[in-house]
Write a protein that binds this ligand. Structure first.
Ligand code: ZN
Length: 284
């Protein structure tokens, strides 16, 4: 289990699922031939044949008694997902979360960087045939713009299913606070807009005692996009804005020491962005 300290703040990674290869649907330009020359991706982020390693995990942020879960993965028992292997999961995620010291009832805040299927799943769990909030003591923070977008976008059955089983039940339970993209959660933890992947996408900035970290969300899915910010994810709702966001963020992150913690980055998961010729790489 990985854990990082940023001043007084601790961030712990709890994994739901990891995979090597099979990510071409997401990053079509990341062919083995294009990935292999980026030798710094091995071994954490790619294997020796150029296949990408990816991860679906949550982060728990702890600071002064607060416990904030960032993104809630896929969840168990969900159906109607477009990716076949994401249906009817029966994974030990909640047990792993508890074994890491985080009982469900001890979580006071859940933050969704955006409302895609792999970021809202454990918002709810199936009990006696009903979707109930997994974290009943928590306020669930969701972007106001993001929430309005997905509530209105019901034309794709898989997107509608995600909203119905993983977003609407916590909203109906009165647990959701709709927030702006620059919302401050604590003195140390705030949101910044990193738009393009979705209309209201945010990343999480952590600053404490002169140290700084950033939880990416999905403005980049894999470290190969650090060297190739022009590689857009097939899931980006506005690819041009997404590329501009990556270019702006990478330039900023390379300009000072910031621990970048990737929401789908496998292996070491975190590192620093550094200049590499006329582009960037991540030093872990
Ligand atoms: Zn994602």
């Amino acid at each position: 289990m990985l854990r990082w300290k940023i001043g007084d703040v601790a961030v712990t990674k709890v994994v739901e699922m990891e995979a090597t290869g099979g990510s071409r649907f997401l990053l079509p330009q990341a062919t083995p031939e294009a990935v292999l020359p980026m030798t710094w991706l091995q071994p954490h982020f790619a294997d020796e044949t150029g296949r990408l390693r990816m991860s679906i995990h949550t982060f728990v942020i702890e600071v002064r008694g607060r416990r904030i879960v960032v993104d809630t993965c896929l969840g168990n028992d969900k159906t109607g997902r477009r990716i076949p292997t994401w249906n009817n999961l029966d994974l030990p995620f909640l047990g792993d979360l508890e074994a890491a010291g985080f009982a469900r009832d001890s979580i006071d805040t859940v933050l969704c960087t955006h409302l895609h299927v792999d970021h809202v799943g454990w918002n709810t769990m199936l009990v006696d045939g009903k979707w109930v909030p997994t974290f009943p003591q928590a306020r669930y923070l969701m972007g106001r713009v993001e929430f309005a977008h997905w509530r209105a976008a019901q034309e794709r059955p898989d997107m509608a299913a995600v909203f119905a089983d993983s977003v609407k039940p916590v909203h109906d339970a009165g647990l959701v606070d709709l927030v702006e993209t620059d919302h401050r959660i604590t003195n140390e933890i705030s949101l910044i807009p990193t738009l393009g992947h979705t209309p209201g996408h945010v990343s999480v900035v952590i600053k404490s005692k002169g140290e700084e970290a950033l939880i990416t969300g999905d403005f980049m899915h894999h470290p190969c996009q650090i060297a190739h910010p022009e590689w857009c994810s097939a899931a980006d709702s506005d690819p041009e804005t997404g590329q501009r966001t990556r270019e702006r963020m990478l330039e900023e992150l390379a300009s000072r020491p910031v621990l970048v913690i990737g929401t789908h980055f496998a292996g070491a998961t975190a590192g620093r962005i550094v200049k590499d010729g006329d582009t960037y790489r991540m030093d872990v």
